[in-house]
Write a protein that binds this ligand. Sequence first.
Ligand SMILES: [Zn+2]
Length: 257
Amino acid sequence: MNCHICGSNSLFLFSSKIISRFEISYFRCHSCGFVQTEEPFWLVEAYASAINDSDTGYIERNILYSKKLTILIFLLFNKSGKYLDYAGGYGIFVRLMRDIGFDFFWDDKYTNNIFAKGFEWNGDGKVDVVTSFESFEHFVNPVFEIEKILNISKNIIFTTELLPDPVPRPEEWWYYGIEHGQHVSFYTKSSLHYLAEKYGVFYSSVGSLHLFTERRIQPGLLAISKLSRLGLHRLIQRMMKSKTWDDHKVFLNTDPH
Ligand SMILES: [Zn+2]
């Protein structure tokens, strides 16, 4: 099997039972370390619900990312720019960021937009940054998906847990997600560096937040996002104008009859 990132040889790593039903194989690239499952035939069962039932961290994660991204966008990008949350799920993150004052839009092929209705991305105009949280590990064909995102913007901020070293057994790492079967791609720093080089962007990371950017970012600036713990995002929020009320007015002006 060839590595889905760099095309090198991927060797059998282990097999594991997923969704309590299917025994499947995992493969590891000997060059970039990327781990992938065999061709996933179980996705219809795995995606019976797009947001898997065991994902108790869904809301907490969105709130945490909104704090960190408030700091990062304010420091590194155009705070009045246009932003897209790709694979944005129920729209919670888009709503949170609009409430803070960032012009975020939503896009997701697989999930219903519940909280960011009216702010679906229409594919037009320049997007300063694409965010995408907990989606890369779902990509069956990561290169195809990442190219699609890079065509929208050369700046991507995303999260995915990197493979620990040494590579854990299936029962040793929750992120394999064997109970829901939706995670099929597991990245290493080396596989993300490979992608950045291939597409001529810079790779940087802080914790499980990863960035592909057009220009190089000073590592010290990224570390500032950790100051969300001390409430830095709240100071920034005071300098922003929330869109909560303006967004509401859009609906008041729409006459359904
Ligand atoms: Zn590889």
